[in-house]
Design a protein around this ligand. Structure first.
Ligand code: ADP
Ligand code: MG
Length: 273
């Protein structure tokens, strides 16, 4: 892949969609990998109790591993739980464990319950600076498919929302609810949050429906939708079972190339001209 520009400051993304199975995790890990492959410093924060992003990036996340749960609930510093991704020098991961499933309830009674991830990320940026480590270029938070306190923490920690949309009949219906929730967050908790990026995923070029939905989404969000479209691809869905992203699993596949294109567009958009 070509060299990608370094952003002027760390870009914080949350990958959100209240629907499950739309490609949130797949998009998180593959965009992160494509940026890291270009030499950019990337952190993936997994806050889905399923831990699928941790798995795909080859990071241990069994119940005994110190994880983002300990960061959010027990004030453990991020640097204590972050692990390097074996396939990319500049990619690291804060893994999720099954303990996170209880965190929604435990967070309720904690001080600054909506701000805990943001604070941990602020502290971690200071830690990197203090230890002469390069500034992070990108942080991606992979969310569970619900609007609980975990997702709220991601919305408060992020500046940008990346919404993966599956090109199917109900795509836009779910989207309006998501946008309402984001407006609520903007109003009460994080006025800087913007939906900067929409990515069409699992695109099946053989169906008229996919083309129609894609066109409709582009009409509604002309500035947000990336030109790159992620095709439905067996290689993309196989990669996680080898604890890999498609970027290393099959780097010349259409799936890998489309995620590299998407990452390049994201990187180009983040640079002030
Ligand atoms: P979410 O995180 O939104 O629940 P995932 O990223 O886990 O969604 O994707 C759901 C399922 O679809 C997974 O099994 C994943 O491997 C598969 N998948 C995701 N993107 C693609 C794609 N472009 N082509 C084929 N399968 C895909
Ligand atoms: Mg997921």
């Amino acid at each position: 892949g070509r060299a990608l520009p370094t952003p002027d400051e760390t870009r914080f993304f949350t990958i959100s969609n209240q629907k499950g199975g739309v490609g949130k995790t797949t998009t998180t890990v593959n965009v992160a990998a494509a940026l890291a492959q270009a030499g950019l410093n990337v952190l993936v924060v997994d806050i889905d109790p399923q831990g699928n992003a941790s798995t795909a990036l080859g990071i241990e996340h069994h119940a005994e591993v110190e994880s983002i749960y300990d960061v959010l609930i027990n004030d453990v510093p991020l640097e204590d739980v972050i692990a390097p991704c074996p396939d990319f020098d500049t990619l690291c991961v804060a893994p999720a464990t099954i303990h996170l499933a209880g965190a929604e309830i435990e967070l309720v009674s904690l001080v600054a319950r909506e701000q805990r991830l943001r604070r941990a990320l602020d502290e971690y940026a200071k830690y990197r600076e203090k230890h002469g480590m390069p500034r992070l270029d990108y942080v991606f938070v992979d969310c569970p498919p619900s609007l609980g306190l975990l997702t709220v923490n991601a919305f408060v920690a992020a500046r940008e929302v990346l919404i993966p949309i599956q090109c199917e009949y109900y795509a836009l219906e779910g989207l309006s609810q998501l946008l309402k929730n984001i407006e609520m967050i903007q109003k009460h908790l994080n006025s800087e949050l913007v939906v900067s990026t929409i990515l069409l995923t699992m695109y099946d070029g053989r169906t008229n429906l996919a083309a129609q939905v894609a066109q409709e989404v582009r009409e509604h969000f002309p500035n947000e939708v990336l030109e790159a479209v992620i095709p439905r691809s067996v290689r993309i869905s196989e990669a996680p079972s080898y604890q890999q992203t498609v970027i290393t699993y099959d780097k010349s596949s259409t799936g890998a190339l489309s995620y590299m294109e998407a990452a390049a567009e994201i990187a180009d958009r983040g640079v002030s001209s």
